[in-house]
Design a binder for this molecule. Structure first.
Ligand SMILES: Nc1nc2c(ncn2[C@@H]2O[C@H](COP(=O)(O)OP(=O)(O)OP(=O)(O)O)[C@@H](O)[C@H]2O)c(=O)[nH]1
Ligand SMILES: [Mg+2]
Length: 445
């Protein structure tokens, strides 16, 4: 394998920047321009951080840096690796890469370090994909999910399925060599059970993973309610920022106002709306249309009721609420609560005094957290795709079994399912798939 080099730290300036080399020549290429203070060459001392001077070919000092040599296979890629931690100036980092290229390295392509790690058996494909998730996660939840995948939880699930399938296939293949008379009805029933169990496991996993990707990305929380209920005030209170206009004139908010904040370890988008009411004013109608759009894209809807007014029947139109969304009704202005609401069991809040806001935040948090499955989930569309194909191969297999089809054909479907599982972990890989996955990585990872 040739030796690759890349800047592994993010573009731009930082306190430090990392240049990484991987391959057989990593040490010799890097050590050619690195010297201890005083000029001595660096020892090939694995896992030891050495202080080094990086020198231009003419002997001028380019930077002083930290030199870390990792001897393969005990490295991320499984190959000899050198990491040079320099000062985080792009001019320095690019120059160090140039020196490496002059020394015989070549620029790494996107995800090539991780691809090499995969090729060298340091991680399977699911774990390689999780690396990208971990690097790019936009929320703590996504990060957590990526780390679970990295830890191999999904890989272990898939391995278990795989070994069950291999066992099943072996039994069925054994039939090919024996005459069917030897086959007891009991063993047939057992086999049927095993395959049913596997299908169930796969389907459960698919079920659990549905919508995961969306759930891990940004949640939208939309505030609706009658004019003057205090939606904009509540938005401002939740953001701790004077973001939306507030006034005692009904119909103040016409457009939607959206702002992000962190909640439950994830970024949520809070959206204030004009609410929903009938109006003949074209501008207001356009505002209502935006409210509807916001509602459609929401995972949580906060219905704000004005608690200072006498109780009246006020309900969100069911057709405006998406099926998957949770609705939380709050009684705002509890600082001036109308006696009608004295016995109300709605959550009482006050955008003005801040009362009940912590409770509302808790409710929002637990709604988000409860939607987050504690079990391993498939995070990538690719993984889901293959798992579904595996499940349908097994369903076909069951039908064939029931129809007493020849064992060769039954075994073929099991093999089909095995291939799909293998495609997820990378046990079976094609260059095309690998190219697709790793090209979405950043260079240097
Ligand atoms: N006392 C009291 N007044 C509040 C509270 N929340 C909002 N208000 C007042 O109620 C009025 C309407 O507040 P907004 O936040 O503009 O209400 P809105 O629901 O956004 O109204 P529209 O944009 O017109 O639909 C303002 O005068 C606020 O100061 C509260 O908790 N207590
Ligand atoms: Mg408003």
């Amino acid at each position: 394998m040739d030796t690759i080099v890349a800047i592994s730290s993010p573009p731009g300036r930082g306190a430090v920047g990392l240049v990484r080399l991987s391959g057989k020549e990593a040490f010799s290429i890097a050590s050619a321009f690195c010297r201890k203070t005083g000029g001595a060459v660096l020892p090939a001392d694995p896992r030891k951080a050495l202080h080094t001077q990086i020198l231009e070919p003419d002997g001028k000092l380019l930077d002083s840096a930290l030199f870390l040599f990792l001897k393969g296979p005990a490295s991320y890629t499984g190959e000899d690796t050198v990491e040079l931690t320099c000062h985080g100036n792009p001019l320095i980092l690019r120059r160090v890469v140039e020196l490496c290229l002059q020394g015989g390295a070549r620029p790494a392509t996107a995800g090539e370090f991780t691809l090499r790690a995969f090729r060298n058996g340091k991680l399977d494909l699911v774990q390689a994909e999780s690396v990208k998730r971990i690097v790019e996660a936009r929320s703590r939840l996504e990060l957590f999910a990526g780390q679970r995948m990295q830890a191999g939880i999904l890989s272990r699930f898939l391995d278990e399925i795989r070994s069950k399938l291999i066992g099943l296939k072996a039994e069925i293949e054994a039939e090919i060599d024996f005459s069917t008379e030897d086959l007891t009805l009991q063993s047939q029933a057992e086999r049927h059970n095993t395959s049913r169990q596997i299908i169930q496991d796969l389907e459960q996993m698919i079920q659990k993973s549905r919508g995961t990707t969306e759930m891990l990305s940004r949640w939208q929380i939309t505030l609706v309610g009658l004019p003057n209920a205090g939606k904009s005030s509540l938005l401002n209170a939740l953001l701790k920022e004077d973001r939306a206009l507030v006034s005692d004139i009904p119909g103040t908010t016409r457009d939607t106002v959206a702002e992000d904040r962190d909640l439950a370890g994830t970024t949520v988008r809070l959206v204030d709306t004009a609410g929903l009411r009938s109006s003949s004013d074209p501008l207001e109608q356009a505002g209502m249309e935006r409210t509807r759009l916001a509602l459609r894209n929401s995972q949580i809807i906060v219905h704000v009721v004005d608690g200072s007014l006498p109780a009246h029947q006020e309900q969100l139109l069911q057709e405006e609420v998406p099926a998957h969304a949770s609705v939380i009704v709050v009684l705002n202005k509890c600082d001036r609560l109308h006696p009608d609401h004295a016995a109300s069991d709605l959550l009482a809040v006050s955008a003005k005094t801040g009362e009940g806001l912590a409770k509302l935040e808790q409710m929002l948090e637990s709604t988000i957290e409860s939607a987050y499955p504690p079990e391993p989930v498939l995070l990538e569309i690719r993984q889901m795709h293959h798992l579904k194909l595996a499940a349908s191969a097994l369903q076909r297999m069951q039908k064939l079994q029931t129809a007493a089809a020849p064992p060769e054909i039954v075994a073929l479907e099991i093999q089909g399912a095995l291939d799909e599982i293998g495609a997820i972990t990378g046990a079976i890989d094609t260059e095309e798939v690998l190219g697709k996955i790793f090209s979405t990585f950043c260079i240097g990872k």
